[in-house]
Design a protein around this ligand. Structure first.
Ligand code: AMP
Ligand code: MN
Ligand code: MN
Ligand code: MN
Length: 283
């Protein structure tokens, strides 16, 4: 049992629990501090903070997961201790929301070309007020009976190697780190290695190269404890973190997605001492 989880999603992006329900679930699982890190949005933060205050025994760290593109490879940068009132980050989120809507439409059109009969309106309806992402398209494919669960949609149609793929982001990882540093948040490199559940993702081909690009710009941490990472992956990442003076972060990346084997909050994460390490770095 772990009591710190620094990577979680809600209905503000592609999770299926509201920020309030997510905080309740984490508190029931015995977690002491959690970060809400929705994709390219800070929309869920206020609700999550309010609920954590109601509960009293759990601390909510405001966060974000910024999507970036590194020579065609998707790289995600978490920002911890964000401020919803920060202007440049809010402006970034507004732009990302628009880009993601246009991009989702393109993906759906490409799926229609290969004979999958789903409507873009259905996908936007499923997303509601959330920042739209491929998991909403995956849900439309599940509902239409083309696949049994979202991961199958990624394996068959939505993964980055498929013809329907279109990247969500045009900003580089360096720009993402700069944006977070400027807004006084701590940038953390997310899921640097392959995971079993999210196997459709391109691995970062040159991790040392990426770290040496981001570290001088203010990269503060790297995910070591993540999702379904094995002990040997954790050991290797811990070594890389130590070599580069990066704080060893991590979390479940829980979405409540309905995929078999989805890591639950509290089943993996860094030790609670990491929280004070992060707060010291923030000063
Ligand atoms: P997007 O942000 O629209 O590019 O969608 C990426 C999201 O899709 C990730 O944050 C995960 O929630 C989900 N995802 C990515 N790859 C997979 C996979 N292989 N299986 C299941 N979900 C995935
Ligand atoms: Mn996601
Ligand atoms: Mn991610
Ligand atoms: Mn995530």
């Amino acid at each position: 049992m772990f009591n710190l989880d620094l990577h979680l999603h809600s209905t503000a992006s592609d999770g299926t629990l509201s920020p309030c329900d997510l905080v309740n679930k984490c508190a029931q699982s015995g977690l002491k501090a959690i970060a809400l890190t929705d994709h390219d949005t800070l929309d869920g933060i206020d609700e999550a903070i309010r609920q954590a205050e109601v509960i009293g025994s759990i601390e909510l760290i405001p966060g974000i997961e910024v999507s970036s593109n590194w020579n065609g490879i998707e790289v995600h940068i978490l920002g911890l201790f964000t401020r919803p009132e920060d202007n440049s980050l809010s402006e970034y989120c507004r732009r990302a929301r628009k880009n993601r809507l246009l991009r989702s439409k393109k993906i759906v059109e490409r799926l229609q070309l290969i004979g999958l009969e789903i409507e873009f309106e259905k996908v936007t309806e499923l997303a509601g007020n959330a920042v739209i992402g491929r998991p909403h398209i995956a849900k439309a494919l599940v509902d239409a009976g083309y696949v049994n669960y979202p991961k199958e949609a990624f394996d068959l149609y939505l993964g980055s190697s498929h013809s329907s793929y279109y990247p969500s982001s045009t900003i580089s990882p360096s720009k993402a780190v700069d944006l977070l540093v400027q807004s006084n948040a701590l940038p953390v490199l997310a899921h640097p290695m392959r995971s079993k559940v999210k196997s459709g993702r391109n691995p970062i081909s040159n991790l040392p190269g990426l770290i040496s690009e981001l570290k001088p710009r203010g990269l503060a941490g790297i995910e070591v404890y993540y999702g379904d990472y094995t002990d040997s992956q954790i050991k290797r990442l811990s070594l890389i973190a130590k070599e580069n003076d990066l704080i060893e972060c991590g979390g479940s990346d829980f979405h409540n997605s309905g995929n078999p084997g989805e890591p639950q909050p509290g089943t993996i994460g860094p030790p609670i001492e990491t929280l004070s390490e992060l707060k010291n770095r923030l000063k």
